[in-house]
Design a protein around this ligand. Structure first.
Ligand code: TRP
Ligand code: SF4
Length: 400
């Protein structure tokens, strides 16, 4: 139940670009083979800042999901769903809101930052303040222990950890916990029980993280253990209460900055993007007309790759041989800029080819995408409902 599990979400921004691919999606594609993964469209999150422009959310969602699939996110490996189609997120958000101090929310750095940045908008709303709590609910409801995110999301993850800790502390306590924990240990069987105690001592006395990890594995393997016993034993390893919600860890996505066509970071707001599903002619044109070293005005002028946005693309797409050819050819005016760009055009088109291929199927038959999402929502919902059962029970809202 508390085995490794990955969850990540994206706001529905519409069609994605190569920056998203290199920064996020390529990592998702890799992770889906290594762990159980849940990836979702954070459509409620879009409302926290765009509550007055909702007409594009649905289309943006479908476009984005097609891009995920085009990039190679595989619905047979990962569960893909839409946040608002798993209403349990909202229930957990509400319940957690009861114990969340306002000060914790006000102190999340993005709160003030975003308010200042988006100052044309009234963001003094309840929903906007609660954004990190909704994100915490997104994560905690799946007991996901790893969350791949960019650096900007680290404070949100830290916040989610605090929320989980507070919840466990407040509702994980039960009368006679120690005694019950000892009874639960007995149910492991004598061999496992002994190992559990050893590992627990090693962790508690020496802070040995290895021991903690081994103990988690041991509990995960003890299939016959009842839910209540399991929560208690997870909690007993680290403290004095049940562990109902799991503290998630951020998995920092390698911030390999994806360059845009102008040398700045690739971003929709800079208008310097190549879309994942950009058509072939448009890719050629965009790269051919890319800025180069401004000092290299004539073909006979020598240039400096360090001052050229095209070089940043070579750093990503080219091997040593081509890179040497660029360095020498540029500095000696031995090659022209159009020549220099050709390997980039070829590499980008080659990278996109399988994506275009995969996307075609979904563009032609949108029902396929609907079905994938319906399937994913159903799976996600089952998991969410399991957690909610435990959460309600821990709080005392189980009317038997
Ligand atoms: N806040 C994230 C972003 O803006 C999106 C998000 C919402 C998310 N819920 C999440 C990411 C849960 C990871 C886990 O990028
Ligand atoms: Fe840039 Fe290549 Fe032209 Fe040099 S030759 S300025 S690296 S495009």
């Amino acid at each position: 139940m508390y085995a490794e599990k990955i969850l990540s979400g994206m706001r529905p921004t519409g069609r994605l670009h190569l920056g998203h691919y290199h920064g996020v999606l390529a990592n998702w594609v890799k992770l889906q083979h290594e762990y159980p993964c849940l990836f979702f469209v954070a459509d409620w999150h879009a409302l926290t800042t765009s509550y007055d422009e909702t007409e594009t959310i649905a289309q943006s969602t479908w476009d984005m999901v097609i891009d995920w699939l085009a990039a190679g996110v595989d619905p047979a490996q990962a569960t893909l769903f839409i946040q608002s189609r798993v209403p349990e997120h909202a229930e957990l958000h509400l319940l957690l809101s009861m114990t969340t101090p306002l000060g914790w929310l006000e102190r999340v750095p993005t709160y003030k930052e975003q308010q200042e940045k988006l100052n044309h908008k009234d963001l003094t709303t309840y929903g906007f303040l609660g954004y990190p709590l909704l994100q915490a609910a997104d994560i905690l409801i799946y007991r996901a222990n790893r969350v791949p995110v960019g650096e900007d999301q680290i404070p949100h993850l830290e916040f989610a950890r605090e929320i989980a800790r507070r919840f466990n502390h407040m509702y994980g306590r039960e009368p006679g916990f120690e005694e019950k924990a000892r009874d639960s240990i007995k149910k492991l069987g004598s061999k496992r029980a002994k190992l559990y105690e050893e590992l627990r001592n090693r962790y508690q006395e020496k802070g040995d993280d290895d021991a903690l990890e081994q103990a988690h594995a041991l509990l995960n393997e003890a299939q016959s253990l009842a839910l209540g016993d399991r929560e208690r034993l997870f909690g007993y390893l680290e403290g004095s209460g049940k562990m109902i919600l799991v503290e998630p860890e951020a998995m920092l996505t390698d911030a390999a900055r994806s360059p845009g066509l102008d040398g700045q970071k690739m971003s929709k707001s800079y208008g310097n993007t190549i879309a994942l599903r950009e058509d072939v002619e448009s890719v050629r044109k965009k790269i051919r007309t890319m800025q180069t070293d401004p000092q290299r005005v004539r073909r006979t002028d020598a240039g400096d790759p360090a001052k050229c946005p095209v070089w940043q693309f070579h750093e990503i797409y080219s091997g040593d041989e081509i890179k040497n050819w660029v360095q020498q050819g540029c500095r000696s005016a031995g090659i022209g800029c159009i020549e220099c760009k050709q390997p980039i055009i070829d590499a980008v088109l080659a990278e996109q080819e399988p994506m275009r291929e995969r996307a075609r199927m979904y563009e032609e038959d949108p029902q396929l995408v609907r079905n994938i999402i319906a399937d994913g929502c159903e799976k996600a919902r089952k998991l969410a409902q399991e957690t909610m059962r435990d959460v309600r029970e821990a709080i005392g809202l189980h009317y038997l």
